[in-house]
Structure formats: C-alpha cells, structure tokens
Design a protein around this ligand. Structure first.
Ligand code: ZN
Length: 496
C-alpha cells in the first residue's frame, strides 16, 4: 500500500474512534440515567486514550515525515500534511506522565472551583489556579514560541494568531467601544422589554426554537435537537451534526437565541464536505471561525429587523401573547444593552469588553506580571474601566467562568474573534448579496447559507483563520467592521 493510502486509513481510524466518543458524550449530556455516569466516564476514558495513542503513534509520525518530503501531492493533500503534522507535533510535545499529572490536578482544580464559586471564596481556589498556571506555562515552553508564551497557547484555538496581533486588533476596538457604550447608556433610550415579562411554556419555546432552526435551513435529516442544561453542538460523524438547547420559563427569548447560536455552529458542521474527512481536514478552521458562524446567525441575522419581519408570524403561532407586538417592538426588545457582571449574559456591545479583560489578565498571569492573589483586585479594576460596574462578590467576578480552573488559557480570545470575524464576513456578504435583507425578510436565508457554504464551510481546516478571512473579505481580520456594525445598529435602536 502506498504511503498516502495508509495515512488516510489511519486518520480514518482516529476519526471513527472520535465519532464514538462524540456520540457517548452527547448521550452523557442529554439522556443518560444518573446511574450511568461512572461507567460511561470509564468507557470514554478508554476510547479517548485509544484515539490519542493513534494520533501520537510513531506510525503516524513516520507517515507524516515521508509525506512532508513527497513531491507529487495535490494542494489539498499538502494542506492535510501541514495541519495533521502540526497537531501531531503539539500532541507529542507534552510527555505522557506530565499530561497525566496535569489531568489529575485539573480534576481537583475544577471541583475546587465549583466549591469556591458556591461560597464565593477565592482564597481556597487560588492555590489550584496557581498550579494550573504553572502547568500551562510549562506546556507553552514545550510547544515552543517566537515571542510570547501566550502565542503557544493561542495556537491551540486560533492557529497563527499571536498576542501581539491580538493587541493590534483590540486597541482600536477598545478605543471606540468603551466611549460608545458610555454614550449609549447616558444619552440613548432603551427599548421597551416589559412585554417579555411573565412565564412562557417550555413546550411553546421548544417549538419556536425548532422553527428558528428551520428558518436558517438547518438540515434535520443530518441532525436533531434535544434538551440539555448547557447548550452545545456536536458533530457525531458524517451526516450527523446535533444541536442541544435549554429553555427558561421566565426568559422567553433566551432559548430562541441559543437555538440560533448552536444552529450556526451546526450549519458549519453540516456544510463541511465529506471529501475533506479522509485528509483530517473536516473540521472548523479555528474556534474563532466556528464562533463567527454561530454569532453571525444569532446576532447579525437573528437580531435584525428583516429576520423579525419574517419570524413574527412564527412567534404569533407559538406565543400568542407576543403576537400582538410589532416586529419592530420584538426586535428592539432583543437588542437591549446592559453593562453587567456576567460574561455569558452580555449583549453584543459589551461582550467583547469582558473578553478584553480576560485576555489582559491571562497574559499578565502567564508572564508573571500578575500574581494569582492579585487577580481579584485586577478584575474589579478592569470591570470598572471597561464596563463601569464592579462585582461585590467573587462568584460574580473572577470566579464566574470555568475555563481557568480547567487550565484553558488562551481560549477566551476566540469568542471575541468570532464576533469580529462575523461582522467582517457579514459586511462582505451584504456587499456581494445586495438583496440580502429582502431575502431574509422573505424567509430565504438559504441565499446567505449558500454564500457561507462556498466561502467558509467548504474550506474546512484547509486555511488558517487569518488567511481564510483575508481570502473571503479581501482584508486581514480587523475590528473596524464590528465597530461600524455595532455603532450603526445601536445608535438606531437607542435613538441617537
Ligand atoms: Zn458558540
């Protein structure tokens, strides 16, 4: 058998093991009975280990090495060897015993975080966080980097991105966004949301979420939607990309927007061509590009007036008490801005400010400019500068996110990049699809979906995110598109 055939077969084996892992995880987070968790964790551990052993095997290393020297590869095959080779070297960089010690420390850290968050007690979590920082610093050294250890961690989520590039993207964004938020709060008039108060049946909300997925052309023959506690999207395998969602009786729009968000992730997964699978390229280009797809459908489409003009009749069917409100009223209520303490509840205008703070603190922790014990003060100070609000307890402050307790440092910027990429892509889509608003208003969102399929989804992991954005929009990632979008939209919504 020739090298390329063997290489593809091995990647196929890893892919099949990961598919089984995904299905078991999906079940674990949806329908598993309480008694099944312990046994399931063991099965997952075993299968994940088998997949990891193949992914770090000398056999794969040897195949990559000989393909790196091959001259008769296609463009696509070369992209595969570059991407798979990069993953392979990162996986091999961490010695197995170090990773095992980290895994144990992480489990302890996560459970310490849960308890500390419940009692809002930072001091008891601090030693665990220090330990996590020590581990990821060590990982960064093992991965290697040119400028900042932070770059080595970013690479995991946003290949090619660096702390310096991020700073260059963030500075102009910060300079516009912070004063705009202040202006909006001081001089704008907030839309009426009083009609959203009350209780709305979960069943009606679930029906509406299904309608929302239909509205964006999610393919129910290649997926499904089920209930969970923390919504997620999961790619099980070819032709099977599933969405999960949750509903709150007293937060009627929450389930609708999380369906659009997860639906956006799922459209990406459903749009990746099967031809990329044997080459290990059948995945999103990065966490940020993935998030751009969810944000684009959730915010640029879902929180726009054309969408509400179309979706209004579905609302009236599912929730008759809201049916009497105009599309303008409903869309306004979906676009309230409120500087708040909690990232996951943040609106479009304030969300990135939460991320900027985390990025700043992560870099400082990693480089040693900030000590873990100094974190709560730095947090309060940052919240005051960016959002004008300050937590009164650690649970609403520095302890709110799970990420750091799990050693996930370098992850947060992907959320912000997702928002920025989404705005840049949407501006390009509007330029290239001049009747986009009218089409969305008529329920023809497939026009936009086809554009995204061709430009983003069909490319899988072939390009690094920065290259992909450059290819599709003609410019490297920049924050101006987001600033223009947010300023124009919210000046209108807030009557400025
Ligand atoms: Zn997301």
């Amino acid at each position: 058998v020739d090298t390329l055939t063997e290489y593809k077969a091995l990647l196929g084996d890893i892919d099949k093991l990961n598919s089984a892992v995904s299905l078991l995880q999906w079940d674990q987070r949806t329908y598993i009975p309480a008694g099944g968790h312990t046994g399931r964790a063991e099965v997952l551990g075993k299968l994940s280990k088998m997949a990891f052993e193949l992914a770090t095997s000398d056999r794969l290393g040897g195949l990559i090495a000989s393909l790196e020297g091959a001259e008769d590869l296609s463009e696509l095959e070369r992209a595969s060897v570059r991407v798979v080779g990069r993953d392979y070297r990162r996986n091999k960089a961490i010695p197995a015993d170090l990773f095992e010690r980290f895994t144990i420390a992480r489990v302890n850290s996560e459970s310490a975080w849960e308890q500390s968050k419940d009692s809002s007690d930072f001091a008891s979590f601090a030693p665990h966080l220090s330990e996590m920082v020590r581990y990821v610093r060590q990982f960064a050294e093992l991965y290697g980097y040119d400028e900042s250890p932070y770059d080595a961690l970013l690479e995991e989520y946003e290949p090619g991105m660096t702390a310096a590039r991020l700073r260059a993207i963030i500075e102009p964004l910060k300079a516009k966004l912070v004063p705009f938020l202040r202006h909006l709060m001081e001089n704008g008039s907030a839309p009426d949301t009083s009609f959203l108060r009350g209780r709305f049946s979960v069943k009606a909300q679930r029906d509406l979420a299904m309608e929302a997925l239909r509205a964006i052309a999610y393919d129910f023959d290649a997926g499904r939607m089920d209930d969970t506690t923390h919504p997620f999207t999961i790619e099980i395998g070819p032709g099977d990309v599933r969405v999960t969602n949750r509903y709150h009786e007293d937060l009627v729009l929450s389930g609708l927007f999380s369906a659009l968000h997860e639906g956006g992730h799922a459209l990406y997964g459903q749009g990746i061509p099967e031809t990329l699978r044997p080459l290990g390229l059948a995945d999103g280009a990065s966490y940020g590009i993935h998030e751009s797809q969810s944000r684009l459908w959730e915010n640029m489409v879902g929180r726009s007036l054309p969408f509400w003009r179309y979706f209004h009749s579905k609302i009236a069917d599912a929730l008759p008490t809201l049916g009497g409100r105009s599309p303008e009223d409903l869309c306004g209520a979906a676009n309230v801005v409120q500087p708040s303490l909690i990232r996951v509840e943040a609106d479009e205008v304030t969300y990135n400010l939460h991320i900027m703070l985390r990025f700043e603190l992560e870099v400082a922790l990693l480089t040693g400019d900030l000590d873990v014990m100094g974190l709560p003060d730095a947090w309060r100070d940052g919240m005051r500068r960016y959002l004008g609000v300050e937590p009164t307890c650690h649970a609403d402050g520095v302890l709110q996110d799970v990420h750091w307790s799990a050693g996930l440092i370098g992850y947060f910027p992907s959320y912000m990049l997702g928002n920025l990429y989404a705005a840049q892509l949407y501006a390009t889509a509007r330029r290239e699809l001049p009747n986009l608003d009218e089409q969305i208003e008529r329920g023809q969102a497939t026009v936009l979906l086809e554009w995204l399929r061709e430009k983003i989804h069909h490319q899988g992991r072939i390009y690094e995110p920065e290259t992909l954005i450059q290819l599709v929009t003609g410019e490297p990632p920049r924050s101006t598109f987001f600033v223009d979008y947010v300023t124009e939209k919210y000046s209108r919504v807030y009557g400025l």
